[in-house]
Design a protein around this ligand. Structure first.
Ligand code: PMP
Ligand code: GLN
Length: 385
């Protein structure tokens, strides 16, 4: 086995392993039902698989242009026109990425300089803070608290300084399942409009909004769009998280900066998958009903735990349901989640690691992007605890 024999001058310091990897590994170790990491356990569209196969057989197996295939960028542009009545230029304002994760990392790394301040809302998706730190930026957290997780705008305003370079929002929100309302987006618009502050709007769950509510994309707000990067993920929209395919939208001059880095991070992404997704997106029916599909799963999950001592918090979007276990235990979330896996064979995600200060609220996140059978099984287990 090779081994570096010199003292390691670590750049990464005490960077922890992502909670998603930790919980899925534990789940596998104990052969538990995995409701932790967010991924569907059912098949993806067979038509989409056939399309990928078709493009591979047709010989589309070489590099796509750096920004992504023109077909997919056009399809994304048409979607934004259809859903939000906004025109994004496929050539200059849309870029395909290797999942939203690469989009987020490249946006942050191309924009954030040493000592720049970036405001994030905690609990925050796990990749934001490390990406900011790797660029020498300073993470400024605004806490959202259970059970409602609403933005405290006075707190937000008090944290804006001359060094604030970027604010990161995420709606529908992982891990809590809340969505940002129109009134809240307008409040944000009042803060950002006319300033140099950039907005990074992580909208990977844009199609997963329930109970007749609407997704408030940052692109709909004239006072935001000129300062905004949007990230999207086909992993969520087409149940194919393992394909690692996403996109970034931004005004052309911001996109130009993004591409200066993107070309050296991946240069470009998987060609046949891009072409297949572009063809699949020609029919909006292939993504417009995701909300009904997942709302039924959310409702089935909540129904399946009726009579248990777990209390569901409000889930307005995403495929995550947060459950409060304070009627069962006072243990820390990490310990209780571990116990659920080892003793009851069900895996979830503690919320505390998504806060810098590991705030403990006796709540866990369960991913309900699962088959009807798995959801029933989960309900049976949780009712016994
Ligand atoms: N942002 C959020 C809020 C997410 O939940 C995820 C993944 N679940 C991502 C970004 C990353 O998406 P991708 O898998 O496309 O990299
Ligand atoms: N975003 C997924 C989740 O929230 C996991 C992504 C990952 O494993 N990095 O569970």
């Amino acid at each position: 086995m090779p081994e570096y024999k010199q003292p390691l001058d670590s750049k990464m310091g005490n960077e922890e392993t992502s909670i998603f990897a930790v919980m899925t590994n534990l789940s596998n170790k104990y052969d538990a039902l995995n409701f932790s990491q967010g991924f569907p356990n059912f098949d993806i569209s067979s038509e989409l698989i056939q399309l990928v196969h078709k493009y591979m057989q047709y010989g589309y197996n070489q590099y796509a242009p750096m920004g992504g295939t023109p077909e997919l960028r056009k399809a994304i542009s048409e979607k934004y026109k259809l859903l939000y009545n906004i025109e994004y230029n496929p050539d200059t304002e849309i870029n395909i990425t290797a999942g939203a994760t690469q989009g987020l990392y490249t946006i942050i790394t191309s924009m954030i300089k040493k000592d720049d301040e970036v405001i994030i809302f905690e609990p925050a998706y796990d990749s934001y803070a490390p990406s900011i730190r790797f660029s020498g930026g300073k993470v400024i957290g605004c806490q959202l608290k259970a059970p409602d997780f609403r933005i405290d705008f006075d707190d937000l305003k008090s944290k804006i300084t001359s060094k604030t370079k970027m604010i990161i929002i995420n709606s529908p929100h992982n891990p809590t399942g809340i969505i940002i309302s129109e009134a809240e987006m307008k409040a944000l618009e009042n803060i950002i409009e006319g300033t140099k502050i950039l907005l990074l709007s992580d909208e990977v769950y844009e199609h997963l909004v329930y109970d007749g509510k609407k997704h408030e994309s940052a692109c709909k707000y004239p006072g935001l769009i000129n300062n905004t990067f949007i990230t999207g993920s086909f992993g969520k929209t087409f149940h194919a998280t393992g394909w690692k395919m996403g996109y970034v939208l931004a005004p052309a001059n911001l996109m130009e900066e993004f591409r200066k880095l993107h070309q050296y991070v991946v240069f470009t992404c998987n060609t046949p998958i891009q072409l297949a997704i572009a063809e699949h997106m020609k029919d909006p029916e292939n993504y417009l009903h995701l909300n009904d599909f997942y709302q039924r799963k959310r409702d089935a999950f909540i129904e399946s735990i009726k009579g248990s001592r777990f209390k569901p918090l409000k889930c307005e979007g995403t495929y995550f349901q947060v459950l409060d276990y304070s009627d069962i235990s006072n243990e820390y979330e990490m310990e209780f989640a571990h116990k659920l896996i080892a003793e009851h064979k069900i895996a979830s995600i503690p919320i505390a690691p998504f806060y810098k200060d590991k705030v403990n609220q006796n709540i866990l996140r369960f991913c309900f992007a699962k088959t009807e059978e798995s959801i029933q099984q989960a309900g049976e287990i949780l009712k016994r605890i």
